[in-house]
Each structure stands twice: as C-alpha cells, then as structure tokens.
Design a protein around this ligand. Structure first.
Ligand SMILES: Cc1cc2nc3c(=O)[nH]c(=O)nc-3n(C[C@H](O)[C@H](O)[C@H](O)COP(=O)(O)O)c2cc1C
Length: 434
C-alpha cells in the first residue's frame, strides 16, 4: 500500500509547494471550501471515525462538532509539542511534508469557521517552526490562508508558536495556557477547550494532534467510506508507529490499523530478535502507558486501539519502545520515574508529591536498600494517585512502576533479596534527580 501519511517516502521534495500541489496537494482543502458546507465537512470526518492520534483516540469530527456555531471567534490549535519519550512521527510529518499538516489544519479551520490557526511547536522544533513560517507565507501568497480564502468571505490566519520544551505543554489545556503566555499548567475543566471560556483566549477551540490533521485531506478527497475500509470499524485509517529501543531498524512505520500484526511490523523493523537477543517487553505508547510482555500471542495480534487494550495497555500515540531480554525492568521503571517526577508541573498535590515518593522508593530499591514493604508502598502510592489530578500526567506517571511490578515483580524481588546480601557493603548510591 502506498503511504498516505508518510507520502514524503514516495514523492521526493513533497515539502516544496509546487511538488505538493502537483501531487494532489490542496485538493482536499479546495473540495471542502468549494463543494461542501462546514457542517458537511464535519460530518465526513465524523463518519470516517478518524480517531485523534495525540493519545486519547477521540473521534475527530465529533470533537469539531462541539464548537458552538454562534460564537464569532473560534480557533484551531495544532498540537506539535510531541514530548512523549519515543515519539517522533509529528516531527517527520512537519519536516518532510509540512503542507499536508497545514492543509489538514485549514480544513479543520473551515469546518469550525475559525478565524485563526496556531501551531504550537515544542521548543526544540525551532528549525521546523521557521520552515513552517515559510510554508505558511507561500500558502498565503496562493490565497489558501489569509483574507477571503479562495474567493470566499471566510478569512483565517495561521501562526506558529514555540514552547520552551516541557512535557506538560503537550496536554491541551496546559498548552493553551502556555500559548497565552501563562505558566504551562493544566486548567480546571469544564469548561472544555471547545466551549466558550475553555479554549484559547477563552474562545471555543479545537486542539488536534499533527498526525490527526495529516489524515484529513485524504479523507475529504476520498470520502469517509474509503477511509473506513482501511483498518477496522473502531480503528480505521493509517497510523504511524514510531519504533525505538531494541529495534534493528528504528524509525517511523506507516501501517494500516487492524491489517498489520505486531510480528509483521517487527519484521519490517528488522526482526523479532535484537542482536541475537529475544524481545522481552513493549511500551506501546512511550513512557505513559503500561508495559506489555512480548509473547507470541501479542506478536500474532493485529495492531488496533482495541487489541492493545486487551493486552492491558493503550495504543495512544503508537510510540513503540522495545526492550530485549537484557533490559533491567526495575532500572527502566526508575528512569521513566525520573522523567515523570521532573516533568510534573507541580500544580496538583497528588502528582507533585506522588511522583516524588515513587521516585524516592524506586531509588531506594535500585540502590539495594528496598524492602518487601516498599513494593506494597509503591502499589499503594500509585493507587492513591490514580485519577486524582487535573490532567493525565499523574496517571501516566504511575504506569511505569505499576506496569513493571505487575509483569516483572520477580526483578524487583531480586533487587530486594540482593540488597539484603549487600547491605553490609553498599556500592555507589544513585540519587533521585532534582
Ligand atoms: C501529559 C500529557 C502530554 C501530552 N502530550 C501530547 C503531545 O505531545 N502531543 C499531542 O498531540 N497530544 C498530547 N497530549 C494529548 C492532548 O492533551 C490532546 O488530547 C491531543 O492533542 C488532542 O488531539 P487529538 O484529538 O488529535 O489526538 C498529551 C496529554 C497529556 C496528559
């Protein structure tokens, strides 16, 4: 199957305006604006059942339909924060095929009749943001952005915005705060971003991930039914999977959801072994979802939102971090805990204190000073944190610990047992990160 999202792999220089336009670029946008009403566009996207690729997997068209029609000011915000460990798909899309993302965002803007689109890039995407600025200028010159777009009475501006590189700013409400020049911390909801009072500058706002929007031009050109035919009814469409860790050929892979098994994907990425070692565990959505042991049953399952849930995790952004049999799972959980403790914004007490306590306990265990009681304490702290904060960072943070404890408890016990032997002669101690 030809790539739909990663067309840059098939068409050289597709990042160039002329090349993009000659290869079907802007066809979806023109069709939306010239042949459909905004409501029809929303319905097509809703019927396609395109699910958000930023993590939560919510129906994109339905999200657009929540925007009130009678409000004069509305915005589209493109989430290009891409801070999840092991995620690098949005980067390739924006770097190699930026017009597809811009076109998708402009179709969203037409559908909700937005007056402006903002693309929020993580701080490290400095070069990408500048490249996007040049692309936006070119699209504006061609009357695809700006005043009276394609001769209609609809006008819409497009701006890039650089964050400063914080994981929390990928969370949509923290992102909106950051975009408004405020501290990047989550908001109390409701009101939700789609509602008056909840969005950018408190106006109704659609927040969508880069990859989500990159799907939209194809859907408008080919229709909802054609999109539904790729994948399963609950998981339609193409999906980019970021493969990293113990993978022979790491990188982005475009798959048809439901039509590709884990084994087929691993084969494409260089095999189901890594440098002669068996594969042991998979993090299907970077550090934020529970780990899954790699078994034949997993390998033979099709990759869908539903199948990953059956294995006790979530597909999320599909950032597959692969770990082989040489991986120390306690060490891996400890490293992920350092990340979450560092990235907790500190606004909600359960997350601020909980990540601190989990890391403290993990440090004790990794230093050989843990006790069997510490394992119960880890579980207890995790359970106490669950669902108790304004955003999901708190819930993500407990997954590395509870997930590895669930599947690899014996490795924790080995640390504790080894620790009792070594307590008399302790080695160099690791410290919690600050
Ligand atoms: C801590 C945290 C970090 C997040 N980081 C990102 C991110 O980097 N990119 C992204 O698109 N969504 C991220 N999300 C999800 C967004 O809040 C939001 O659900 C998403 O941008 C919606 O777009 P979609 O419906 O197109 O998936 C994050 C969520 C949380 C809780």
């Amino acid at each position: 199957m030809a790539n739909i999202l990663l067309r840059n792999r098939d068409i050289p220089d597709i990042g160039n305006f002329e090349v993009y336009s000659k290869n079907g670029g802007w066809e979806g946008f023109r069709k939306a604006v010239q042949q459909h009403t905004p409501d029809e566009v929303i319905k097509i996207v809703m019927d396609s059942n395109l699910r958000g690729r930023g993590g939560a997997g919510f129906n994109t068209g339905r999200k657009w339909s929540f925007i009130p029609k009678n409000e004069p000011i509305k915005y589209v915000v493109v989430n290009a924060d891409e801070s999840e460990p092991g995620t690098f798909k949005d980067r390739e899309l924006m770097e190699m095929n930026p017009y597809q993302v811009i076109e998708g965002a402009m179709i969203a803007a037409y559908a909700i009749q937005a007056s402006a689109v903002y693309i929020y890039c993580r701080g490290e995407f400095w070069d990408i943001a500048h490249q996007l600025d040049a692309c936006i200028a070119e699209a504006r010159e061609n009357n695809l952005i700006g005043k009276n777009i394609l001769g209609t009475d609809w006008s819409c501006e497009f701006y890039t915005h650089l964050g400063a590189g914080a994981y929390i700013c990928g969370e949509e409400s923290a992102l909106l705060n950051s975009l408004q020049g405020m501290l990047g911390q989550p908001r109390v909801r409701p009101p939700f971003p789609a509602q008056k009072g909840g969005g950018l500058y408190y106006e109704p706002t659609v927040v969508n991930n880069v990859e989500t929007l990159a799907n939209v031009p194809w859907i408008i050109v080919n229709g909802a039914e054609a999109y539904q035919q790729i994948g399963t009814p609950q998981s339609p469409g193409p999906k980019i999977v970021c493969m990293s860790g113990h993978v022979n050929q790491p990188g982005n892979y475009e798959i048809a959801l439901g039509q590709t098994t884990f084994r087929e994907l691993f084969e494409k990425a260089g095999g189901t072994e890594y440098q002669g070692h068996k594969l042991k565990a998979l993090l299907p959505t970077g550090a934020s979802g529970p780990v899954i042991p790699i078994t034949d049953k997993l390998m033979d399952a099709p990759i869908t939102y539903e199948s990953v849930i059956e294995f006790g995790s979530t597909l999320g952004s599909a950032s597959f971090i692969v770990m082989d049999e040489t991986t120390d799972m306690v060490w891996a959980a400890y490293k992920m805990m350092q990340f979450f403790k560092h990235e907790s914004c500190g606004k909600c007490t359960p997350c601020r204190e909980g990540t601190y306590w989990l890391l403290k306990l993990m440090t004790r265990i990794i230093n050989g000073q843990g006790t069997a009681n510490d394992l119960r304490l880890l579980e207890n702290v995790g359970k106490q944190m669950n669902g108790k904060s304004l955003c999901a960072l708190n819930d993500f943070a407990i997954n590395p610990v509870l997930g590895t404890l669930r599947h690899f408890r014996s490795e924790y016990e080995a640390y504790i047992n080894k620790g009792s032997d070594e307590k008399a002669a302790p080695k160099k101690q690791l410290q919690p990160a600050h």
